[in-house]
Design a protein around this ligand. Structure first.
Ligand code: ZN
Ligand code: ZN
Length: 370
C-alpha cells in the first residue's frame, strides 16, 4: 500500500483558487518536498502539476536517479531543450493558464519558456506566484520533525566537541573546517550553510566568513552552524569565551540569554510575528542595546535553512505564526570593535506554546565558563 502524497494533493487544491490550470515548480526545496527528488541544483528539472497529471521534466543524467527517488510523478526526460518538451506537454494537457514560481525562475528562463511555447503555437498566460509551496512547507509532519531532530542532535554533538577543543591559537578557518568535517563524518548529507566562526571583533559581524583571525582568550567567539540530514536543516548558534569573562561580556551575554528565554517561554502558534519578535527585542532595548540588535529574531527552518515564517520586526513580513512550524530564536548584540553575542535555538510552535528542540540547559555550561 502506498501512502497518499498529501503535499501534491494540497497543491492541486490551490490551483483553481489561483486561477491556473497547472503549476510549474522550479525551487529545489519545493521540488523535493513534492516529489522526493533529492537534487539541489535548480537546473536539474522542473515539476509540472495539473489537476490530474504530475510530472518531473529532467534530462538523461538524472533519469535513473529520479526514477529511483520520485514518487507520484511521472519522470519525463527531455533530449534537447526542457522548454520544447514542456511546450509539448502543455499542449497535450490543454494548459492555458500556467502558474510559475517567481522567486525561483530567472528572467532568462521565463523568456525562453515563453518563446518556446509561442513557437509551438500555444497561447499560455504565465502567472507569477509567490510562496505557494513554501506556505505548505511551514507546518511540519511528525516524520519531518523526526528528521529535523536528528539533524539538530548531530549539530549539537559537533558543537559540543568543537567547543570543548577551542584553544587560543586556532584560526577561525581551522575551527570551521573541523565543524564541516565532523558534520559530514557524523552522517550529514551536507551542511545547512557554511559554518560561521567569528572571533574577537569579527563577532560583531552577524554573518562572517571564517578567515585567518587567531582565537584569543577573553574575546567572544560566535559559532553558528547546522547539519543537513535527509534534506532537512538544523541551525544553531552559541557564543563562547576562553579564559575569564569580564563584566562587560557577562552583562551582554546575560541580556541576550534573557531575551531568548523570554521569547522561548512566550512564543506560540497563532501569535502575530511582530509581537513574537518584540518579545526578545523589548528585553534587549530595555537593557540599552536596542540599536545593537539589527536583525530579525528568527526564521522558519526546514528543507531550506531560511524559510517562512519570518520572526521579523518588519511590517512587510508580518504573518500569523502557523501551528506546527519550526522557527529559530536567535537574538544577538553586536558592538563594532568589541564583538558580539548571539544565541540560537530551534523551537516548534503549537497553540499551547513553543517547544525548544535543542537539548535542555546543560549546553550553556560550555559557554564563557570554559
Ligand atoms: Zn544560525
Ligand atoms: Zn538562523
Amino acid at each position: 500500500m502506498t501512502t497518499a502524497n498529501l503535499p501534491l494533493a494540497a497543491v492541486r487544491e490551490l490551483l483553481s483558487g489561483h486561477k491556473i490550470d497547472a503549476l510549474l515548480v522550479s525551487g529545489p526545496e519545493n521540488r523535493r518536498y513534492l516529489s522526493g527528488f533529492n537534487a539541489d541544483d535548480p537546473a536539474w528539472g522542473v515539476l509540472l502539476i495539473t489537476a490530474k497529471a504530475a510530472m518531473l521534466l529532467t534530462d538523461f543524467r538524472y533519469q535513473i536517479w529520479a526514477q529511483q527517488e520520485v514518487k507520484d510523478f511521472e519522470v519525463l526526460t527531455y533530449k534537447v531543450d526542457l522548454a520544447e518538451t514542456l511546450a509539448e506537454r502543455l499542449k497535450d494537457l490543454k494548459v492555458h493558464r500556467l502558474g510559475f514560481e517567481a522567486a525561483h525562475t530567472t528572467y532568462w528562463h521565463y523568456q525562453h519558456l515563453n518563446k518556446k511555447a509561442a513557437d509551438a503555437g500555444l497561447t499560455v498566460t504565465w502567472k507569477p506566484l509567490e510562496g505557494l509551496v513554501e506556505g505548505l512547507r511551514q507546518r511540519k509532519t511528525a516524520a519531518e520533525l523526526a528528521i529535523m531532530r536528528r539533524a539538530l542532535i548531530l549539530t549539537e554533538t559537533v558543537m559540543r566537541q568543537v567547543a570543548g577543543e577551542l584553544v587560543p591559537g586556532l584560526t577561525e578557518r581551522k575551527v570551521a573546517w573541523e565543524i564541516e568535517k565532523r558534520l559530514r563524518e557524523g552522517g550529514a548529507e551536507g551542511l545547512a550553510f557554511p559554518p560561521i566562526v567569528a572571533a574577537g571583533p569579527n563577532s560583531a559581524r552577524p554573518h562572517h566568513q571564517p578567515g585567518d583571525y587567531v582565537i584569543k582568550a577573553g574575546e567572544p567567539i560566535i559559532i553558528d552552524m547546522g547539519a543537513r540530514v535527509d534534506g532537512y536543516c538544523a541551525d544553531m548558534t552559541r557564543t563562547f569565551l576562553l579564559g575569564e569573562a569580564d563584566e562587560h561580556f557577562r552583562k551582554i551575554y546575560t541580556l541576550v540569554r534573557r531575551a531568548q528565554a523570554k521569547a522561548e517561554t512566550e512564543l506560540k502558534a497563532g501569535m502575530d510575528s511582530l509581537a513574537g519578535d518584540a518579545l526578545a527585542r523589548d528585553v534587549i532595548a530595555a537593557g540599552g542595546y536596542g540599536e545593537a540588535f539589527g536583525h530579525s529574531l528568527g526564521h522558519g527552518v526546514g528543507l531550506a535553512v531560511h524559510e517562512s515564517p519570518s520572526l521579523s520586526p518588519a511590517e512587510a513580513k508580518r504573518v500569523v505564526l502557523p501551528d506546527g512550524c519550526v522557527v529559530t530564536v536567535e537574538p544577538g548584540i553586536y558592538l563594532t570593535g568589541w564583538g558580539g553575542v548571539r544565541l540560537e535555538d530551534m523551537v516548534l510552535l503549537n497553540p499551547g506554546g513553543a517547544e525548544v528542540m535543542n537539548a535542555p540547559g546543560y549546553f550553556y555550561k560550555w559557554e564563557w565558563l570554559l
